[in-house]
Design a protein around this ligand. Structure first.
Ligand code: ARG
Ligand code: ZN
Length: 853
């Protein structure tokens, strides 16, 4: 590589030292004002070791803070009595307990990074994970320092609602049209769970009754115009509370639980204690404005944030290297919750599909990192699919290896033993191991080794001995250094079927060494084996199924994932069989699809999942050098073949599934997708679009219209904008549909950037535009480096506004090593130019640097 870039912000896990002090009470007074908010911070600090003469404390700060005064035990310090280490304050205290009082100001109106206290759509709000608290005041901004908070908010009466964590203690009027509210949180918490809101907000209210009969008062706050789209979130919250009681015996510990919808938000949502803040895109839902997937998403995120109250808040993190401790466990809990709410097979398949199309490529590319990394250039950059989704699969591994009961015992022990503490993934392991001594000693390798393991399987049947031999081997290569890594415990669930589809046996075997062999006796005839049922481990399975075996498994597998996977494997086998003609390929896939038309009436939701054409990203990830044109061509030919061979059956499905429920819509819209690949049926797209009032149907028709490039496309897009311009989430969708157009050009992008609804200040809008362009693999390949350059320019512009959001837009650049020449070299050049941009943020720098080094 021509350049080496160094990062001054690199931190190392093993450098961790525990704090040598405690903070007893934290009183915050926040005088809210859009340009100059005064923050008064008072706390009592004490040395842990009472025998030392003095102790040094780092109060984290940032360049957002303007320090006015600092006093210790009532004595104002002059500047010789503390040290500024970059933006942090270092203070040396003499033995024992001291009171610290700091006054500083901040400017919420210029906080476009949306970290700390900022303004969104006229309301004050906050976002502190992981290190936003240092943009509010000077304080030890680390998760292992937990404190009780008392928060006084003062604001103009134009902001009638004043919220913070915990319980409202007092409120009242002040001079100059101002008012105040005092909130106290009974639970000690780390800074990242602190939150405030001040604004003119409407709310809906309900309650949850705990097993002991006491109520929790629940509110969802939103802008007045959005309040009629909050009911579904409220229902989801109540369901989640009940589920956590029933499944894990975990009860809400708060008397008040508030959720607030915020327009400008970096993440999806944030689990602040008793005051969850949600991106509007993850909370608002009505059938007119949200599609069925959005509904499920809202339910999942509401559940996720609520589940954090135990896994994250009551038991929190020692340091940010252990982020996965709370995120993986909470994603796992969220997945289990949705699995009981919705069709379990649909949910599992969607989760696995998501993991394989997003986390697998990430984990095999330059940004690959261990679930619990040893070093980080930016904490922000481990909010990844690896930390969340691969982490959740590792929690699932515990459950698969130990069984549900063993897992539940270990989980209960974890909760009991570590309640109120800041801990690590090792502590979670220890709790599991204490309850399940047989848990493998090398299990923690799943947290320390990055990359996706490969399991290579082969079978041999010996008719003379009536014996089946199964050999399993595992491989793991570090994705960056290419070294071979250590074997890990990999549970492989499998089943044997007879040739005509009878289930003979089902079991789980955990592969613990590099290679193991299993022998099955008394097997009368050669069976069909189905491996990795339920996706029992986050690995790539390499096993050569025959077409016939796959066809049998598609028809007879009783495990949802494996049934779906059999069809996936069949498609893969066809696509990569370079010796087949397109006609042959189409026919094989057509034969496999044929029985599914009847299955649709048996299990419409799951059948819709089977018939969903998978994301090209997954197939691209399996190609040595990406060739989207080849893929797209095959895909279109096959879709048209399957559409035309079964025209009548698709039409019948389309007509039979017109009921107003999600599973009917799922099947109906798949039928629409297939059938409108044929021109004579494309009239159905405007027809459905204009006749429906349900966003699932409207959105599906619009997407297909853009994808198929039908003559009515522009009129439909214009109509959509006209109808929904007052709903920001739908404007986002309107933009992203256009950005995913395979015929996207730079001219089209110029128009988009000039559109009045274009802005770089709102993360959702940025993702809907720049993010969606980055996902448009076809346009990237077709337009080439000018489109990469366009994205690069946008990322740099956005970086100056909001580096957290900018750094997450680099995904298309992470695939650079897989591009064809000369595009590859051109894109590398673009990345180097970005790295040299003046004032590039650390978040963005860290990502780009890892891509080219
Ligand atoms: N803890 C949040 C969650 O529920 C995510 C916070 C993301 N914030 C960020 N700055 N990346 O998953
Ligand atoms: Zn989370």
């Amino acid at each position: 590589m021509p350049f080496t870039y160094t990062n001054d912000h690199q931190i190392y896990r093993l450098d961790y030292t525990a704090p040598n002090f405690t903070v007893e009470q934290l009183a915050l007074e926040i005088d809210l004002d859009p340009v100059s908010t005064k923050v008064t911070t008072r706390f009592v600090i004490d040395a842990i070791d009472q025998n030392i003469d003095e102790y040094e404390v780092r109060l984290h700060g940032s360049n957002e803070l303007l320090l006015a005064t600092i006093a210790i035990d009532g004595q104002q310090l002059d500047s010789s009595e503390f040290i500024f280490d970059e933006n942090d304050l270092l203070i040396i205290f003499t033995q024992g307990q001291h009171t610290v009082e700091i006054i500083n100001t901040i400017n919420p109106s210029t906080n476009t990074e949306l970290s700390g206290i900022y303004i969104s759509n006229g309301m004050f709000c906050s976002d502190c994970e992981p290190q936003g608290f240092r943009n509010i005041t000077y304080f030890p901004d680390r998760p292992d320092v937990m404190t009780r908070y008392r928060v006084t908010l003062r604001a103009d009466q134009a902001y009638p609602v004043l919220l913070s964590n915990g319980n409202l203690i007092e409120e009242g009027l002040l001079e100059n049209n101002r008012h105040y509210a005092i909130w106290e949180d009974p639970f000690p918490k780390p800074t990242y769970l602190f939150a405030i809101v001040a604004g003119n907000l409407a709310y809906i209210e309900d309650q949850h009754i705990r097993p002991n009969g006491s109520p929790v008062q629940l509110r969802v706050y939103a802008d007045q115009k959005d309040i009629d789209r909050c009911d579904f979130a409220m229902k989801s919250l109540k369901k989640a509370m009940k589920w956590d009681e029933e499944r894990f015996g975990l009860i809400c510990d708060l008397d008040f639980y508030n959720i607030v919808a915020v327009d400008d938000f970096n993440g999806g949502a944030m689990e602040n204690k008793g005051l969850n803040l949600f991106n509007t895109s993850c909370i608002l839902a009505s059938p007119e404005t949200a599609n069925d997937d959005d509904f499920t998403f809202v339910e999942a995120v509401v559940g996720h944030e609520y589940f954090h109250n135990w896994t994250g808040n009551r038991i929190t993190l020692r340091d940010w290297f252990n982020l996965s401790l709370k995120e993986s466990l909470t994603v796992f809990r969220e997945q289990e919750f949705i699995g009981t709410e919705e069709h379990p097979g649909v949910r599992r398949v969607q989760d696995v599909n998501y993991l394989r199309t997003h986390q697998f490529p990430d984990d095999q590319g330059p940004l690959s990192h261990a679930v619990r990394p040893d070093t980080l250039g930016s904490i922000e950059n481990i909010y990844t699919t690896t930390t969340y989704e691969k982490g959740a699969e590792i929690i699932r591994l515990y459950q698969t290896i130990l069984g549900k009961e063993g897992f539940d015992r270990g989980f209960a022990r974890y909760i009991k033993e570590f309640d109120g503490q800041a801990v690590t993934v090792d502590d979670f392991y220890q709790a599991m191991k204490a309850e399940n001594p047989r848990l493998f000693d090398n299990f923690m390798l799943w947290y320390s080794q990055r990359g996706t393991p490969i399991v290579k399987a082969s079978t041999e049947y010996h008719p003379d001995k009536k014996e089946l031999r199964l050999s399993l081997k595992q491989y793991l290569f570090d994705p960056v250094t290419k070294e071979s890594k250590q074997p890990m415990p990999i549970p492989v669930s499998y089943a044997l079927f007879s040739q005509d589809g009878e289930l003979l046996l089902e079991e789980t075997f955990t592969l613990t060494t590099h290679q193991q062999c299993l022998v099955f006796h008394n097997i009368d005839a050669e069976p069909i084996i189905s491996l990795l049922r339920g996706f029992s481990a986050p690995v790539m399975l390499d096993y050569d199924y025959s077409f016939r075996e796959l066809q049998t498994l598609i028809a007879y597998e009783t495990d949802y994932f494996s049934k779906w996977e059999a069809l996936q494997n069949l498609i893969l086998k066809v696509i990569f069989a370079r010796d087949m003609t397109l006609d042959q390929m189409s026919e094989i896939i057509g034969n496999a699809v044929e029985p599914l038309f009847d299955y649709a009436y048996e299990d419409p939701a799951f059948c819709a999942q089977l018939l969903t054409i998978p994301d090209e990203g997954y197939y691209l990830g399996l190609m040595e050098v990406e060739d989207i044109f080849y893929l797209r061509n095959i895909r279109q030919t096959i879709v048209r073949y399957v559409a035309s061979r079964f025209q009548d059956r698709w039409l019948k499905l389309y007509q039979d599934f017109q009921k107003d429920d999600a599973e009917s819509r799922a099947i109906k819209n798949i039928a629409l997708k297939f059938i409108t690949s044929l021109e004579e049926y494309q009239y159905l797209l405007p027809e459905q679009y204009y006749q429906s009032s349900n966003m699932t149907d409207i959105g599906s028709a619009l997407k297909c219209a853009v994808w198929q490039d039908i003559p009515e496309k522009q009129a439909m897009l214009d109509d959509f904008y006209e109808r929904y311009q007052h709903y920001s989430t739908l404007i986002d969708r309107w933009f992203s549909v256009q950005e995913s157009d395979p015929n996207l050009t730079l001219d089209m992008l110029d128009k988009i950037v000039e559109h009045p609804a274009f802005t770089r200040n709102n993360p959702n809008r940025v993702r809907a535009i720049v993010g969606a362009v980055g996902k448009n693999r076809y346009a990237l390949a077709k337009v080439g480096s000018p489109l990469y350059q366009w994205i690069a320019n946008e990322i740099l512009e956005i970086d100056r506004i909001n580096s957290i959001t900018a750094a997450k837009l680099v995904t298309p650049f992470t695939k650079v090593a897989r591009l064809q020449e000369p595009l590859q070299s051109e894109v590398i050049e673009i990345i180097h130019t970005m790295l040299k941009a003046p004032n590039i943020s650390n978040n963005l720098f860290d990502q780009l640097k890892r891509i080219v080094q």
